[in-house]
Design a protein around this ligand. Structure first.
Ligand SMILES: C[S@@+](CC[C@H](N)C(=O)[O-])C[C@H]1O[C@@H](n2cnc3c(N)ncnc32)[C@H](O)[C@@H]1O
Length: 192
């Protein structure tokens, strides 16, 4: 089931909102990280940047075949060979990835979905102990030029509560302002 309010504007507009490499580095995702999963890769705004940083594979999942094809084509053009882009409904089918197998998960602009706790729990299961879950979302501010409706847009505090319920630890020092319109939260899966 496609997440509510998860359609995208034109790519040019969307990519103007982000500095993908800077955001990934803010989360400490650099060449120390091996395998990454991205829930809802969209145009691949973050996928290719993640692929350049990852020592392993970036699993890029999206329910829209056109988005997946766009990402594959970008990878072909850029000579990037460590992205595994697949059409998959992660709400209905899960990720298809093994438990305790992934180093980092990205939930970017997707936690306004109908079952955010279930989604964070899916991420929790596939992450290795010590693995990281990075979340970004639109500021809780009706003045942002895009973003889901305010009624379904989560505040950072709400995401933190869901993350803790899913089993992650969260340290306030790993809460980030990502101007101009986003916030970021880094969760960690405990070792035991
Ligand atoms: C708002 S976009 C965000 C894209 C990307 N994470 C980013 O921040 O640039 C959400 C993406 O999630 C995808 N999506 C929505 N529901 C999904 C589902 N159930 N399974 C897989 N992908 C889904 C949409 O097709 C869309 O590409």
């Amino acid at each position: 089931m496609k997440v509510r309010d998860s359609g995208m504007p034109e790519e040019e507009m969307w990519s103007d909102f982000f500095d993908p490499e800077k955001i990934l580095r803010t989360f400490g995702l650099d060449r120390g990280v091996k395998d990454i999963v991205e829930f809802g890769c969209g145009y691949g705004t973050f996928t290719l940047a993640a692929a350049k940083l990852a020592a392993g594979t970036v699993h890029a999942l999206d329910i829209e075949p056109e988005m997946v094809e766009t990402v594959r084509e970008k990878c072909r053009q850029a000579g990037v060979d460590n992205v595994h882009a697949v059409v998959r409904d992660f709400v209905a089918e899960g990720t298809g990835l093994q438990h305790d197998s992934i180093d980092a998960a990205l939930l970017f602009n997707i936690l306004h979905n109908e079952e955010p706790l279930a989604l964070m729990t899916k991420a929790f299961h596939i992450l290795k102990p010590g693995g990281r879950l990075a979340v970004i979302h639109w500021n809780y501010d009706p003045a942002t030029p895009r973003g889901p409706a305010m009624e379904i847009r989560p505040r950072p505090e709400q995401c933190i509560a869901w993350g803790r319920m899913a089993g992650f630890t969260f340290d306030e020092r790993e809460r980030f302002d990502l101007p101009p319109y986003h916030y970021g939260l880094l969760f960690r899966k405990p070792f035991s």
